[in-house]
Design a protein around this ligand. Sequence first.
Ligand SMILES: CC(=O)[C@@H](O)[C@H](O)COP(=O)(O)O
Ligand SMILES: NCC(=O)COP(=O)(O)O
Length: 237
Amino acid sequence: MTKLSVNINKIATLRNSRGGDVPNVVQFAKDIQRFGAEGVTIHPRPDERHIRYQDARDLKPVVFTEYNIEGNPVESFLKLVLEIKPTQVTLVPDAEDAITSNAGWDTIKHKDFLVDVIKEFQQNGIRTSIFVDPILKQIEGAKATGADRIELYTEAFAHQYSLGNKDAIKPYIKTAELAHNLGIGINAGHDLSLDNIKFFKDNIPSLLEVSIGHALIAESLYLGIENVIQMYLHKLK
Ligand SMILES: CC(=O)[C@@H](O)[C@H](O)COP(=O)(O)O
Ligand SMILES: NCC(=O)COP(=O)(O)O
């Protein structure tokens, strides 16, 4: 079984665009779990352009599934995660000015740093995962950091799959096999969607969890829009 963790960053983006509290991020998290989501993921960025640090705190009491907080472990992020103690922290090496996450860790170059932060999270009972590209030596490096899991960065797969290149799954199969043999759990995320998720899952049988946000929210808009237009038309009769 692969768990579906829903990334709700985009709900916060929509809320922030009007400065009010619509849609309400906490209510949304409650509802998606009622609808079957098996986890809630947030990725607070230092500029708080979508999820704010206060959202991370407000979500804690309502997330009864798996609470996954992603981000670059800069000092403020470390403090926040240690305060909240989510189920899992996913370490992502994103630059402050990046539009979205665009690379996995160099687990070899940053080994000492990763070992230290991972130990601190684990001592506080938080499962750790590190975001990596599907490169064999990076998986070996991830093992050496002591991380419980890796999150395979799936942007390259998603892009190539959309162009019809199914071979793009190959590096993911190889790295997942290595991770599995090394005893590291496997998560995956970035640009996964209704189009590509089944193919990805079918090829990576040891996949424990996916976190999906951007496509899932966009798909929800498309799949819900007809119904909502009908509801407005009905009220306007
Ligand atoms: C870690 C990762 O893959 C990201 O997809 C991320 O969590 C999404 O972040 P944004 O919503 O800021 O693009
Ligand atoms: N870890 C990936 C994630 O949470 C969501 O990524 P995306 O679906 O918004 O690309």
